[in-house]
Design a protein around this ligand. Structure first.
Ligand code: IVH
Length: 700
């Protein structure tokens, strides 16, 4: 029989050998139509005809399951992963950026770079100035020139596997173009990173279409891009007009470029989209010119940008500069001025946060700012309100910058209604009635209700499950509030009494067997948790992610951390001295930390959590081969081959502790020209004194 005849033969009468031929043909044909449809946006057959092909394929597979092909269309597009997205660990973390808001901040950034690298005054620091695309960052991995995997940024260390979704983007080369004009070849492993976005015009058209169909309308292009990319069914992503600009890299087997500018050229040569507005600048003036030119063009561009990103061009310098916390020292983001709008402040209410801080909130007549409808804005604290004389009924100007909470920036005085009263902060907590006090030197009033204040408790729980903490899928802020309201969750440990918690959901509106099962699994998955996330989740005042990570890295294990906190309750102890010796932890953070650990109720919750969880030790960088691991070093005088911060960063990366003052515990003092009292003290105490050169020899 001819293959044309086979095409129309009823499935029931196909012999196995014919079925195999048909399945092969269908796989090829459906894949070709997929390409036309998803990648080229130019389908050649009607949806009905396409569906008929897939149905025939499925029917043959059902009849001859042993003939199902590896490349079967039923395994591809349309076959959404059953549960969310798989997690992917980034082999090179995806960093975020520090911010600059003014020319002065940019000048500071350049100064810091110069100082760190100890550059002579006449040395030019080339900086790549690129528009900061307002989208979602992604990482796309190529092996032997072929696209193999893509992930979202996630928390920077772990993202979601969105390979099949990203594959549907027309901007994304499936294979890297093999020409090699610039030399250096194509790295065997190449992770390119960039920003997925939706053009403003496409966004408008999509929203019009969605509205006509009664489907979800997106607030702005960024949300539309995010919503479209994180679809469980890649076919939905494929139907959305997403694009991508690439601008950096992750894991790369051989780096054959020496500058950011050169990397841009490579990207273009390999077939990736880059932003044509990136400029190489040689001075602060040139950077500021690039900034204002781009800001002027901003409204006329067909994609949203929210600032500029400046990157030190030389890779060797980038390497020396390294990173602090999760942002590179060699780059910064310079934000454009926030977008503003005018509206009416209808009422001022007071919100109670996780640590008891009372925050006045402006309830506004909803208004659109930068594409987002805003109904509430923060008023920070009572001083802010008094200083700007903000009153209920006032017409106010609000602004919204990026993902930051909108704020009220000023009042339009001419429009004040008669009789508008000045706002007075309540003397008691609006949630629990406890006295609210304002400590000397603080701007915020705090509820003193502590553990009895329901608002604080529920905020603490929300924090506990939030994305950078336990990140329990299916247990977001809304569920926490409702479970709290039911009295099912009182302390974080109640979450891990999984059977009791999920048992209560049976028959509850909005919960089905499947979603209860999913929640159970999501909680079970989180019994194993990294020490840094755990510490952050506790919601200790002043202990954000960076500090939590610092503590985790310093103490290594939960047992060690807890024991040290107990010892450090004695402010004369060595444990206390060690604690405040940690760079970036001062007496004030130490007070909050120790206060938390001293509290009986907290100890009880910690005991329950310990019993329910497996808190993972922190991997401490292997400095076992380092001659200075565990040693305390003091740098003094001027250093000639490196800046003070670079010296400090290097020493710390080798496991040494860098201290600002000399004591008996100091192991080395590295003294450069001009060293004074610290050198003298070292000599008195008999501490080893090294020249910069001797230090370099020791650590090399
Ligand atoms: S570079 C280590 N370049 O901004 C380098 N980021 O605030 C990290 N972004 O997570 C990123 N445009 O999502 C870089 N031209 C650009 C960018 C850009 C937008 C985003 C990116 C990043 C965030 C940091």
């Amino acid at each position: 029989m001819t293959s044309d005849g086979l095409r129309t033969q009823p499935v029931d009468s196909l012999r196995p050998e014919d079925a195999a031929v048909e399945l092969e043909r269908l796989a090829g044909e459906i894949a070709a139509h997929d390409d036309r449809y998803y990648r080229d946006d130019a389908p050649e057959i009607s949806d009905a005809d396409y569906d008929a092909l897939r149905q025939r394929n499925a029917a043959i597979e059902a009849r001859y399951p042993n003939l199902i092909r590896k490349d079967s269309p039923s395994n591809k597009v349309g076959a959404a992963p059953a549960e969310g997205f798989a997690k992917v660990t980034h082999s090179v973390p995806m960093l975020s950026l520090g911010n600059a808001f003014s020319e002065e901040d940019v000048a500071d950034f350049l100064d810091r770079v110069r100082r760190f690298l100890s550059l002579p005054a006449d040395e030019v620091v080339e900086v790549m100035a690129e528009p900061k695309i307002d989208g979602l960052s992604v990482s796309a991995r190529y092996e032997a020139g072929k696209f193999v995997m893509a992930a979202t940024r996630g928390d920077g260390r772990e993202g979601e596997n969105i390979t099949e979704n990203l594959r549907t983007l027309g901007d994304l080369p499936e294979t890297i173009i093999a020409k090699d004009l610039l030399g250096g070849g194509i790295p065997d492993v190449l992770e390119v990173r960039g920003e997925v976005y939706m053009a403003k015009s496409d966004f408008q058209a999509l929203n019009d279409r969605q509205a006509a169909e009664g489907a979800k309308v997106f607030a702005n292009p960024r949300n539309a891009a995010a919503g479209s990319l994180r679809q469980k069914d890649p076919a939905v992503t494929a139907a959305r007009p997403l694009r991508v600009f690439f601008y950096s890299w992750g894991e790369v087997s051989e780096v054959s470029w020496e500058t950011q500018a050169e990397f841009y050229e490579k990207l273009t040569e390999w077939g990736f989209q880059t932003n044509s507005r990136a400029r190489l600048c040689r001075s602060l003036d040139e950077i500021m010119a690039a900034y204002s030119n781009t800001e002027t063009e901003r409204a006329s561009l067909d994609y949203d940008i929210d600032g500029m990103v400046y990157k030190v061009n030389r890779l060797d310098w980038q390497g020396r500069l390294g990173q602090v916390s999760r942002a590179p020292r060699w780059a910064t983001a310079h934000k454009f001025a926030a977008e503003k709008a005018t509206t009416v402040l209808e009422k001022i209410t007071v919100q109670v946060g996780r640590t008891g801080v009372l925050t006045p909130v402006a309830n506004l007549t909803p208004v659109t700012v930068g594409g987002v409808v805003v109904g509430r804005a923060t008023l920070h604290n009572e001083d802010y309100i008094a200083e700007k004389d903000i009153r209920e009924g006032d017409t106010v100007i609000i602004q919204r910058a990026g993902d930051v909470i909108p704020q009220v920036v000023e009042v339009v005085p001419d429009k004040r209604p008669q009789g508008a009263q000045a706002f007075v902060m309540p003397e008691t907590c609006p949630e629990c009635g406890s006295i609210a006090i304002r400590e000397e030197g603080e701007a915020a009033k705090r509820c003193t209700g502590g553990l009895i204040c329901p608002a604080q408790a529920v905020e603490r729980l929300k924090h506990f499950v939030s994305r950078d903490a336990f990140d329990i899928e299916g247990l977001g802020a809304k569920n926490i509030e409702s479970f709290w309201g039911e009295g099912w969750l009182k302390s974080p440990a109640d979450i891990f009494d999984v059977e009791t918690l999920t048992g209560r959901l049976d028959g509850r509106e909005g919960w089905k067997e499947k979603s209860i099962e999913n929640l159970k699994r999501a909680i079970e998955d989180r019994r194993e948790i990294g020490l840094d996330r755990f510490v952050y989740a506790l919601g200790i005042p002043q202990v954000g992610q960076a500090t939590a990570r610092l503590l985790a890295r310093t103490y290594g294990s939960w047992t060690a951390l807890k024991a040290s906190m107990a010892d450090a309750q004695d402010r004369e102890s060595e444990a206390y001295a060690d604690l405040i010796d940690i760079d970036q932890i001062g007496p004030s953070v130490a007070d909050d930390l120790l206060g938390f650990f001293a509290e009986d109720h907290n100890q009880e919750v910690l005991r329950q959590l310990e019993a329910a969880l497996d808190i993972q030790d922190m991997e401490v960088a292997d400095t076992s081969g380092s001659p200075v691991a565990g040693k305390t070093v003091v740098f003094t005088g001027s250093l000639e081959t490196m800046g003070r911060s670079e010296a400090k960063a290097k020493a710390e990366s080798l496991g040494a502790k860098v201290s600002g003052s000399v004591s008996k515990k100091t192991d080395y003092v590295v003294a450069g020209p001009g060293a004074g009292s610290k050198l003298k003290k070292a000599e008195e105490l008999g501490v080893a004194v090294l020249t910069e050169e001797e230090w370099a020899d020791l650590v090399s």
